[in-house]
Design a protein around this ligand. Sequence first.
Ligand code: BG6
Ligand code: MG
Length: 216
Amino acid sequence: MDVKACIFDLDGVIVDTAVYHYRAWKRLANELGFDFTEEQNEQLKGVSRMASLKLILGWGNMGQLSDEEMNKLADKKNDWYVDMITHMTPAEILPGAKEFVSACRQAGIKTAIGSASKNTPVILQKLELTPLFDVIVDGNSVSAPKPAPEVFVKGAAMLGVPPANCIVFEDAVAGIEAARNGGMKAVGIGQPEVLTKAAKVISGLDQISVDQLQHI
Ligand code: BG6
Ligand code: MG
């Protein structure tokens, strides 16, 4: 495969924000009088803020809430989440992530972020990684959530690279499906038993080199 661009999911690939999402959602659920497990939390990976809230309210048997009530709850969770991520530093970048993205650029491969998160700009700024990406597509600029391919297709189009020449790096099942739905190969970050549809699965970006990309 002639790789011309790498598109990276943010949460779980470049930085482990899942723990902050979990703490904030758990606090909200606890305030509403119920709890959910870490296993259930796995199902929230790659899922948009409102879709996550709907899943959590379902787990708590909260019944139907109005749009206004739902927005209030989502805003409350996000305020707590933002409080936590504003304290992040470059020390929280996952092992190998910065080095691999830099190596891609040095090899002439374009780089993009393709994330569901509306907090992408602040996270990249706190990690001091914004300049490493040619294009940033996030939850503020797409309407169809993963597994819809919009976020990655838009990134490829902005980079001017055909989907067949793009590789997506993703930790979520929905994200791998989104890449495939957009005609791109996906490298899974996590466990092969979970990310069964990925072309290759690695434990992190410290486990891959630019030379290996052509063989995916
Ligand atoms: C994804 C995370 O990257 O972004 C999800 O994996 C999260 O857990 C989603 O819900 C939306 O994030 P945010 O920051 O817009 O609430
Ligand atoms: Mg992710």
